[in-house]
Design a binder for this molecule. Structure first.
Ligand code: SAM
Length: 480
């Protein structure tokens, strides 16, 4: 669903981002705060909208102070007609008695769909507690059931009639001000089908039996999210401490989100088997990545995550981590390693850092070029760039999925990268000769890429296309 910041060029699929704006900005709240904060958040929301799949949705968590501004901004960017709802999340476990006015116990989660007309939330799974309310005291062969009141407040003229209980007692009609919810005819039918419960002794007010096997297989989501269901901030910190070995607890973020909170968003907005992508623009301690992994573990899903995080320094640098980014990375590594120990294989993630272009600036006008420059500009690639840097540039340029498996091997003494078997083969070494080119051509890759300055001699450079044309005509050949 989402494509991410660095990969706006390439990633496809359906995406459902989760954005968690920075509520750690409280200390900055002054007169310039609003405009600064809004100008930071606005481009990210615009980008999020562009990256969202047509059936995508964004969850934006925010505290009471900014909710108004963010709602206005969301309306402007996503369109008021795509505002779905605002959820209240009870984020605090115990009230703050030191609060000057009120103990602020909740945050908001604003939900905007890319297109509200087509987006619908998934139903939430029924909890054990809900299921346990269904019993089977009369051993009904249709299985466990619960019952609901047959009398309702809504005016229903056909719902006023006398009923005789199995015990013989006559009930003259529904309680005052209420109506039976079904007509007399329907009531008789339901009774014949053993769908009316009269109590163990057959003498109670009639109730309608509702079978577990017949109720909607899920719960319609509500707008109040209690911590007993989705966790609170203290839970979130505890989880973070379990996975990241902090040397200084001062480094633990204050506004961490519980995994269960984000898992709820994932349940509402993604499908287990559609390779949906969940993007968090403010990844922080990486609860979103963690929640995706947990949800996949719970339902065997294949969702993917993207976390974006600036290398914001920790308050106190530690031996294993210096930045919030490092913290998130450590957490994802540690969650994955735990899951692998439980036997869940094929988990992994890649870390990509946004950098300037790999290409050296060679587009100088002749009068701005000195003789010395000519010698240094023989290579059009910046000298500090690794083959992996070049490979990922090519993957992005070609729109190849960045999560595909990559192998590295030595062929005729040169390092060759192979992406997903035949999706792409790359060699960025110097001294590439015709033998190597022919070997690679016999593998029939969809795409092949070399360094423009990497060929052994001009003849090889000229012949490359010809070799592929005759040995693997469908291969797209590129030199960078
Ligand atoms: C409230 S925290 C997110 C916490 C995260 N949801 C968690 O549970 O750990 C906000 C994050 O936004 C990041 N951030 C702050 N300013 C930013 C900016 N200008 N651009 C991108 N990220 C920023 C901070 O580094 C911080 O990690």
């Amino acid at each position: 669903m989402i494509s991410l910041a660095v990969a706006a060029a390439g990633w496809v699929g359906s995406s459902h981002p989760e954005i968690t704006p920075p509520s750690n900005f409280h200390h900055l709240r002054d007169t310039t705060f609003h405009s600064d904060w809004l100008s930071m958040i606005a481009p990210r929301l615009r980008l999020a909208k562009n990256l969202l799949a047509d059936d995508g949705v964004i969850f934006i968590s925010i505290d009471d102070h900014e909710v108004q501004n963010l709602r206005n901004l969301g309306n402007e960017i996503f369109g008021e007609q795509n505002f779905v709802t605002s959820v209240i999340w009870q984020r605090v476990f115990s009230p703050k008695n030191s609060a000057q006015w009120f103990s602020e116990d909740h945050d908001y989660v604003l939900i905007f769909a890319k297109n509200k007309n087509t987006w619908r939330p998934n139903l939430l799974p029924q909890t054990e507690e809900m299921i346990s309310r269904y019993k089977n005291p009369d051993n009904d062969e249709r299985g466990p059931w619960t019952s609901s009141d047959l009398a309702a407040r809504n005016r229903y003229d056909a719902g006023l009639y006398a009923i005789t209980c199995p015990s013989g007692r006559v009930i003259e009609g529904p309680p005052k001000g209420r109506y039976w919810g079904v007509s007399e005819e329907n009531f008789q039918r339901l009774n014949q089908e053993n769908r009316i419960w009269w109590g163990a002794d057959g003498n109670n007010m009639p109730r309608l039996k509702r079978f577990l096997s017949e109720v909607k297989q899920g719960i319609t989501p509500q707008t109040l999210w209690f911590y007993k269901d989705v966790g609170h901030t203290q839970d979130a910190k505890k989880t973070l401490l379990k996975y990241v070995p902090f040397e200084n607890t001062e480094n633990v973020l204050n506004s961490v989100k519980p995994v269960a909170l984000i898992q709820r968003m994932i349940q509402l907005a993604t499908d287990a088997q559609s390779q949906d992508i969940v993007l968090d623009f403010f990844s922080g301690s990486a609860p979103t990545a963690h929640a995706v992994l947990e949800q996949n573990k719970a339902d065997g899903g294949n969702r993917r995550f993207i976390g974006v995080q600036v290398a914001e320094p920790l308050r106190i640098p530690e031996s294993k981590m210096k930045t919030i980014f490092d913290m998130g990375k450590l957490r994802v590594e540690s969650v994955i390693s735990e899951m692998k120990k439980e036997g869940i294989e094929s988990l992994g993630f890649r870390v990509l850092k946004i950098d300037s272009s790999n290409m050296a600036d060679v587009y100088y006008t002749p009068d701005a070029t000195t003789q010395a420059d000519l010698l240094t500009r023989v290579d059009n690639i910046k000298p500090d760039r690794t083959p992996e840097d070049l490979l990922f540039q090519v993957l992005l340029d070609w729109g190849v999925d960045l999560t595909l498996p990559i192998t590295r091997e030595s062929v005729a003494g040169k390092t060759v990268f192979t992406v997903a078997g035949t999706a792409l083969i790359a060699c960025f070494d110097n001294g590439v000769d015709e033998t190597l080119v022919k070997t690679l051509a016999t593998r029939h890759p969809l795409r092949v890429v070399f360094k423009d300055t990497g060929f052994k001699d001009d003849a090889t450079k000229i012949n490359v296309r010809q070799i592929f044309k005759s040995l693997s005509p469908d291969t797209e050949v590129k030199a960078i």
